[in-house]
Design a protein around this ligand. Sequence first.
Ligand SMILES: Cc1cc2nc3c(=O)[nH]c(=O)nc-3n(C[C@H](O)[C@H](O)[C@H](O)COP(=O)(O)O)c2cc1C
Ligand code: SF4
Length: 788
Amino acid sequence: MDLSDWGISPSVMAKVTDYAVELWHEHRIPIILSTLFVLSIIRFYLHYTEEPHRLQVLPKLYKEKSQDDQKIVKSQTVEEKPVKQSSESSEDEKSTKKKAGPRRIKGDITKKPRAGADATREARKIQVLVFYTCLTGSTEKIAKQFAQSVEDSLKEKETRSTYLTPKVLDLAEIDYDEYFITPPKNEGEPIDYFYLLLLPSYNIDSINDNFLEHLQETHHDFRIDTSPLSPILGYSVFGFGDREGWPTEEEGFCFQAKEVDKWMAKLSARKRAYPLGMGDWKTDGKERMAEWQTGLLEVLQHIEETGGLGEGVPGSGNPIESDDEEIDDDDGEVVFEEGSESKATKQKSSSSIEDVEDLGRIMASSRADGATSKKSSAPIAVDFTTEGKPKKKTASAPAVVKEMVPKNSPTYNSLTKQGYAIVGSHSGVKICRWTKSALRGRGSCYKYSFYGINSHQCMETTPSLSCSNKCVFCWRHGTNPVGTSWRWVVDPPDLIFNGVKENHYKKIKMMRGVPGVRAERFAEAMRIRHCALSLVGEPIFYPYINEFLGMLHKERISSFLVCNAQHPDQLATLQHVTQLYVSIDASNKESLRRIDRPLHRDFWERFQKCLEILRERRFRQRTVFRLTLVKGFNLEDEAEGYADLVEKGLPCFVEIKGVTYCGTSTSSSAGLTMSNVPFYPEVQDFVVALEKALLKRGLNYGIAAEHAHSCCILLADKERFFVKGKWHTIIDYEKFFELLEKKGPDGDFSPEDYMGPETPEWATWGRGGFDPRDQRVDRKGKPIVEVT
Ligand SMILES: Cc1cc2nc3c(=O)[nH]c(=O)nc-3n(C[C@H](O)[C@H](O)[C@H](O)COP(=O)(O)O)c2cc1C
Ligand code: SF4
C-alpha cells in the first residue's frame, strides 16, 4: 500500500518520521519508564483477576496426586481445601490463597522407632544376651543357670510382654562381627539388645585375648564409628577369678573382665547399666553374683518402664578414669557470703523472736502443717545471739517468715551447681568425695580407719544450711545464709529425713555407670548406715534436731554430729548421738576470732560454755574435739593452748587435721594460701607436742591412729580406750542401737558401753592408716606406688 493513496504526501511523511525520531531521542527515558509502569499495572490486574480461576484447577491436581501418595506413605496427610465458590467469604478465600502452592505434609514421616523412646517402647521387644567364655567348665553352667534365673525373675515381675527369653552365647562359637561391631539386625519385628558378659580371667592365651583384641580393633577402626554398639540398651560385665592364685586386683584378679568392661564402655558410648561385678566361685562368687543380679533386674525393670537406663547413665559414666571433681574434704563446713538473704537476717526483727520453750508448741503445729502441706510455715525465729537468755516473746505481729534457701535464690542455684540437693527449704545433702572413692575401691575416709565407718554407706547431710561463723577455711562458697538466729520457715523433721535419704540414694544411683564402681559396694551403698551431720552450716541450729536424730537411729543409721561450739543451749539439750564433735579451730580468743570469724558477740563465752557442757557429758556422749590446723594461724606454739582446752573439756578423743586448701575468695581474702596448708610431718610434730603438753598436765592421752592420706591423726583418752595393751577406737554400732532402744535417747549409758573391737593394726600410729582393701590412686586415677 502506498501512503499517497491515503492522501499523505512523501514530504509530510518524512517530516513526521523526523519528528518522531527527534521526540524519541529527547524523551526516550520517560517513555520507557511510563511504558514499563503501564505494563506492570496490566500485569497486576491480570494476576488478581485470573487467580480464582487457577485455584479451581489446582486442588483437583492435588487430590489426584495425594491419592497416589497415600498408597506409599500411610501416615502422611495431605492438606487440601475444598474448591471455594466465588460467593464464599473473602476471609475463606484468603486462607485458600495462603495455602495454595506446593504440596504440604502434616504429621511425622513414619520413622524406625528409636531405641529408648517411651512412645515406641511397647512396639519393641528386648533381648537379653548372656555371653560367656569358659575353659574349665564352670562359667558355662553358671551362665545357663543365670539366664534361666533372669528369665524367671522377669516373669515374676510381669515384664514378659517386653522381654524375650534370654539367649546364652559362647564367645568361642559366635561370630564377633555379628554382635560386636553393631548389634544384631533382626529382619522381623524390631528388637533392642541388652548385653551381659560373664567372663573368667585366664593368664594364659585364651579366647579372651581374641575377644579383647576384637573389641579394641573395632573401637580403633577408622572405617567404623568409635561407638558402634551405642544402639544397645545397656551392658554389664561380671568377672570370675580365683583369689587363691590372684588375691588382689593388682595381682590380676579378674583382670580381663575389667578390660572388657572398659572396652564395652567405649564401644557402647557409656551404656554401662550396672557396675562391674567380680567374684571367686569358690568363696564369695555366689553372693557377689546374687547382688549383681538383683541390681541388674532393677535396671531391666526400669528400662521396661521408661525405655532407658535413666538418670546417670550415660553421662555420669565418664569413660576417662579421672577425679577431676574439685577438692572436696570430708565434713567441710561452708560459710556463705552475705547476700540478699543474709541481709534480711541481719535486719534484726525483735518482733519475730520466739522463746526457745515455745518450740514444742510450734513444732506440733509444724507437724500438723507438714502432714498437709509438707512444709511448715510456722513463723519460728530462735534467737541464739545472747546465750542462756532467751528473749521474751513480744506482742507485736510476727514478720513474714522467709525460706532460708528459696528455690529461685542465687544460693539455691549455687549450691545445686556444686552438687548439693536442697531438701525442703533449709537442708542439704551431697555425696562426699570419700563415698565416691569407696564405691570405686579407692579408699575410705579416715573415719573408716578410726571408727569403722563405711564411707560408701555414709550420708553427709545437714538440716541447717545456715551457720553463725564465717571460717576462713570454709569449703564452699555460696552467697548466704549466715545468721545468729533462726529466722526462717522450719521444715518438719520427717520431710527432711525422707528427702535427704531419697536424694542420697538418687545420687548413689547416678554413680552406677561410673567406671570402677564395684558392684558389691554399690549394692551395699543402697543401705545408709551412717550419717555425718556436718556438710555445711550448723546442724544443731535446726530446732528439731533431736527428732531428726530419733528418725536416723530408728533406722539404725549412726549419727556423727559436728557443731561449732557456739550454741550451748542447744548442745545442753542434745540427746544421744553416736559421736559428738565440737570444732575447736583455735586455742585462744584472738585466734578464734581471726579463724572462725564468729557472728556472735559473745563467741568466746559460748565456746567456753560448750566445753563445760562437753566435760559434764563425757560419760554420756562419745565426745570428740576436732582441731583443724592452719599454718600461720593456729599451728605454731599453740599446742599448750590446745592442751588447756582439752583439760577443760576432757573429750574422749581429739582429732587433729591439717587444713586442705580450697582456694575460695573467702580464704584468699583472709590471706589464706597454699602455704597455710601444713605438711603431714608438721601435723605429726604438732600432735607429738600436744601429747606431751597433755601428759605434763597429768592427762593420759595417747596417739591411737592415723590416716596419712587425709593428714589426720587421732589422740584418745588412754584410761578409757586403751584396753589390754590395744587401742579400741572402733565403734560397735549395733550395740549403740541396742542401748538406745533399751534405754532411750536420754538413757544412761556411756561411750565405753558401745566400744568396739581393737583398732586395726594398719590404722595405728606409724602405719599410715590406708584401708588395705583399696588401692591408692593419684588425682588422675593412676595407682600410687609407695616408696619405702
Ligand atoms: C589357666 C588358668 C588361668 C587363670 N588365670 C587367672 C587370672 O589371671 N586371674 C584370675 O582372677 N583368675 C584366673 N583363673 C581362675 C579362673 O578365672 C576361675 O577359676 C574361673 O572361675 C574359671 O572359669 P571356667 O571354669 O569357666 O574356666 C585362671 C584359671 C585357669 C584355669
Ligand atoms: S564420714 Fe561420711 S561424709 Fe564424712 S568424710 Fe567420711 S564418708 Fe564422707
